[in-house]
Ligand binder design. Structure first.
Ligand code: GTP
Ligand code: MG
Length: 345
């Protein structure tokens, strides 16, 4: 899962990027965007690893892409800048919460920019398809082109009313037909408020929460600076500033969940590992996260829920209590399921 960090210039994207990934942004590369891949800290994996004592423990990872910010007044280059994150699977929209501006306004403006950039793509594609329809072509191809025009026209009508493409509730085949355009307004979004040093823990404004009920907030710059201090200095500063803890790990988990992801675990003496999957996929699709062969040759999954396993303390006890189940390929995997996949390869 690749998450594009998006927002207006100076909202603190690069600061948030560094805080989340530990990668120091290189200013000379800021125009093309840069990647960082932090692990998703998971106390459940730590617990499993403590129990199985494997040679290797592998956490789930996320990819973040720091992108150049948009300019609110000089808008000419904004569509190109937004284009850098077209291939991202989701967007983390960073709002400037440290200089006292209206956050709901900032979000509305940013969403408008995404809408305009998508609209350009959709309209030029409609024009192109209309031209093609005028040419001699096999009926089947014309039919397909017409279908694409119909979907794009619906999306565009939504844009004219200020609706993102995600609001249309496209069916799977419709979504597939427009997937290659990588519309920003079709991507999963999560809002992150980059709070000022003295704002950690403060409630977010109501009008912002109406637009983005799941918005996440933290004083990223302060936390990053504190983490760079020696233990002694850090303690002193934290008590001076009334900071009781760091929220970075929790925020990474919130972004992971906000992007619609869950994990399943595989356990054993060799490796304990968290595998990221999209919430709602079947055991067969989940097996593909490990290897496509496991998905193709899927026979069954042996599954125990994490809480059940913890309550039992061992696989043996889970089996005795009948909590270690056999599941077919259509089983919908739950967050933190411990799963062993049997496949014929
Ligand atoms: N006081 C304060 N300054 C911050 C905070 N977050 C970021 N800044 C400062 O704001 C400036 C811009 O931050 P960046 O993280 O570079 O912003 P950006 O969104 O990456 O900006 P562009 O890459 O130009 O779009 C830097 O000088 C930061 O130090 C904050 O929480 N408090
Ligand atoms: Mg930046």
């Amino acid at each position: 899962m690749k998450v594009g960090i998006a927002g207006f210039s100076g909202s603190g994207k690069s600061t948030v990027f560094q805080w989340l990934t530990g990668v120091v942004p290189d200013p000379s590369r800021s125009q093309q965007g840069q990647m960082g891949k932090p692990e998703v800290p998971d106390p459940r994996l730590t617990f499993l690893s403590g129990l199985f004592k494997p040679k290797k423990t592998t956490a789930a990872k996320m990819e973040f892409l720091d992108t150049p910010g948009l300019n609110p007044s000089e808008r000419r280059d904004n569509a190109r800048r937004l284009g850098i994150m077209r291939d991202a699977d989701g967007l983390l929209i960073v709002l400037n919460g440290y200089s006292g501006g209206n956050l709901a306004d900032e979000l509305r403006k940013f969403r408008d920019e995404m809408l305009v950039a998508d609209m350009e793509i959709v309209m030029s594609r409609i024009d192109k398809l209309r031209d093609q329809l005028k040419k001699a072509k096999p009926a089947k191809e014309k039919e397909r082109d017409q279908l694409e025009i119909d979907i794009l026209t619906r999306i565009n009508e939504g844009f004219e009313e200020g609706q993102p493409a995600s609001a249309l509730g496209l069916k799977e085949d419709e979504e597939k037909a427009v997937r290659s355009f990588q519309l920003l307004t079709l991507k999963r979004q999560l809002v992150f408020v980059n709070q000022g040093d003295d704002q950690g823990g403060k409630e977010l404004p109501k009008d912002l929460l109406e637009l983005a009920p799941d918005a996440v907030a933290a004083p990223a710059k302060l936390e990053m600076e504190l983490s760079e201090l020696s233990d002694e200095d850090r303690k002193a500063f934290m008590s001076d500033m009334g900071v009781t803890g760091f929220s970075r790990d929790e925020v990474v988990r919130q972004i992971f969940a906000g992007m619609g992801l869950i994990v399943f675990f595989t356990v054993g003496e060799d490796e304990c590992r968290a595998w990221p999957i999209i919430n709602g996929v079947s055991a067969m699709e989940a097996a593909g996260a490990i290897h496509t062969d496991l998905s193709r040759g899927f026979v069954r999954g042996e599954v125990v829920g994490y809480d059940d396993f913890v309550a039992c303390g061992s696989m043996k006890e889970a089996k005795t209590r009948g909590l270690y189940r056999l599941e077919s390929k259509t089983y919908i995997v739950k967050d933190a399921d411990i799963m062993h996949i049997l496949a014929s390869t």
